[in-house]
Structure formats: C-alpha cells, structure tokens
Write a protein that binds this ligand. Structure first.
Ligand SMILES: [Zn+2]
Length: 340
C-alpha cells in the first residue's frame, strides 16, 4: 500500500509518501481501507520528537480515521461496512476499562502514536474500535469527528461537570478541540465565549454557537470577559494552548471556577500563585483524550446533525507535509483532513 511515513524526526520535509507492506491484522484486529484521516497536534509532536516517548521508525501517524472494513474477526463487520475509528486503544479487561474509564487504562495508547495510524491506504485496529456510520455521514466529516469531540466532551461534561446556565470560555475557536467545545457547551445550555486571532475565525465561532467572541491578539481577554460577565468571570475555561495563555486563562475564572486543560501547544511551563488558587477556590483539571462511551454518546448528536465537525480543508494523502504545515502555522479553522 501507499503510506506517508517518517524515518527520522524533523520538520514536515521528513514525511515521505512511499510504498510499504500492507498491515497484517492480528487476533482481534480488523483491517480498514482508509478513506479519510484527520490531522491532530499529536501528529506534529510525533514527527518533531518528544522527550519521554519513543516513536518507532519508520512511523505512520494518524489517529482520526474513517473508511471501509476490509476484514474483521469472525466477520463481525461485513466487508465494505462504513466506519469511523475510536482513536483510543485500551485493553478492555482491566478495572479502569471495565469501569468505563478506558482512557485511564495502564496500557492506553492512541492510534498512530506507538502503533501505525491512518496516514495510509490501510490500517489495522482492535475490532472494538470500529464504530459504524450512517450512509448520510461522509468519510471526511466522520474522520474529523472522533478525537476532537471525544476530547472536548471529556473535558466539559466529565471533568468540568458543566451545567446548563454556566459561562464557558473556549480558547482557540479554530482548533479542533475549540470548535468541538463551542458546540458541545452551547448544546448543553451554557453561554459560550470564544477567542481567535482573526475576525474571520471569530465570525465562524459565532456561527457555531458562541454568544460573544474576543480577538486574543488585539483585545485584553480578561478585561473583555469581565465586561461580558458583569465582572464575575466564567465558570469553566477550556485550555489547550499552554504557556502563551495560562495566566490570562486563570484571570478569566470566576470564584469556584474550573480550568480544564488537554494540551499545551505553545509550551508546558506555567506559573501558579497559590493564594489565587485557594482564595478564589479554583479547580485545575487535567484531561486526556476521552472514553469510548463518551464518543458513542457524542456520535449520537453527530449522526443526528446536532454536532457538526468543521472541516477546514482536505489534501490528498500524498500532500500530508503541506497539510501539516497549515496546522503548524495555525491557519486552519476546524479540521484538516487527508483523503486516500
Ligand atoms: Zn485496560
């Protein structure tokens, strides 16, 4: 098959579109013909190299996949069945998994992280990761859905325990998690404030359900937010930016506010004034990926047309390097998707 692989860490130029052996599914694994694979920041970290994680070479990235079943154990899914893939891989046997907290599994992995992923014509995955999609849902939209929406769902609903009537600040409306969080929070009855760096992105954030928008490059975020909330601040901040926004994010919280973070795309160093933490009774919540049950729940809204992954642009698989350059430059609004 054709795949996009890298044999060494580096910039987008290390991505090579080349011929490689077809994956051979092991026991319990299905083989899927990839039709679409969405990009995530995780792909960039893998390509650049990370301090404590060893990526096997040559490597195929790609956690967000939609396509057609080629084969599955005992024919559980008919060949040709249209599916999207749950990106989290876990044992489904340990106490955490059996508790429904599969993203806390000791053997938790993400598709395309230490195993080969979806930047390819075919991918193998555990059969329990297959989720059938209705005919009305296209492969590109289906690939754009899982990781961003399961992450945002876990952050808002499970970790931050969002309630109707609360105020939520979503940073980076144009990111995958940002566009998902705006939709999930507003569909759950929250008032959503969203930030972005251009007026065009702010207009799109409004269309997704943001009540007010703030340009984080030209406006004072905490000051604007206090105006919108009569000086109170917000109940929940959805963070994934890290060093560049951390201080301002904390300043946006109301008393008893919760900051939930799933990433640090601008750096992982942050300061914390402990007096602010206890006097204002803040909660800082870490969040990583999400649970399969949450993905299935979110998927019901997706299939009913009530949650809609925003697709920024598609690229042929062979042009994965250009696609990653666009993500790296933060030019996108929504998900960038490779088609194969
Ligand atoms: Zn487990």
């Amino acid at each position: 098959m054709k795949a996009v692989r890298f044999h060494t860490h580096g910039g987008p130029e290390v991505l090579r579109y080349e011929e490689t052996a077809d994956p051979i599914p092991g026991p319990g694994e299905a083989l899927v013909r990839v039709r679409a694979c969405a990009l995530n920041h995780l792909d960039l970290w893998q390509r650049r190299g990370m301090e404590r994680v060893e990526i096997p070479f040559p490597h195929i990235s790609g956690a967000d996949v939609a396509g057609e079943v080629i084969s599955s154990p005992a024919g559980e899914f008919a060949p040709g069945r249209r599916v999207m893939l749950q990106p989290g891989i876990s044992c489904m046997r340990c106490a955490a998994c059996l508790d429904g907290r599969d993203n806390e599994c000791a053997n938790y992995d993400v598709l395309g992280y230490r195993s080969d992923g979806g930047y390819a014509e075919m991918v193998k995955v555990p059969v329990q990761n297959l989720i059938g999609i209705p005919d009305a849902v296209g492969f590109i939209e289906a690939a754009a859905f899982p990781l961003a929406f399961v992450t945002a769902w876990h952050m808002l609903i499970t970790r931050a325990q969002l309630r109707a009537g609360e105020d939520v600040l979503v940073l980076g409306a144009g990111s995958g998690v940002g566009q998902a969080a705006i939709q999930i929070a507003s569909r759950h009855g929250a008032r959503v404030f969203a930030t972005a760096g251009t007026d065009d992105k702010l207009a799109k954030a409004r269309q997704l359900g943001a009540a007010e928008v703030i340009n984080h490059t030209t406006q004072d975020l905490p000051a604007r937010l206090r105006e919108f909330t009569n000086g109170r601040g917000v109940d929940v901040v959805v963070e994934h930016v890290g060093t560049a926004t951390w201080d301002r994010s904390l300043k946006c919280l109301a008393r008893s506010g919760r900051l939930v973070t799933c990433g640090a795309t601008t750096g992982h160093d942050a300061k914390l004034d402990l007096r602010v933490l206890f006097v204002r009774q803040l909660s800082l919540l870490g969040s990583y990926m999400g649970r399969k049950a949450e993905l299935l729940r979110a998927a019901q809204f997706f299939f009913a047309g009530e949650l809609r992954p925003v697709v920024d642009r598609t690229y042929p698989l062979a042009d994965a390097a250009d696609a990653q350059r666009r993500l790296e430059a933060r030019e996108q609004f929504g998900k960038i998707v490779l088609t194969a």
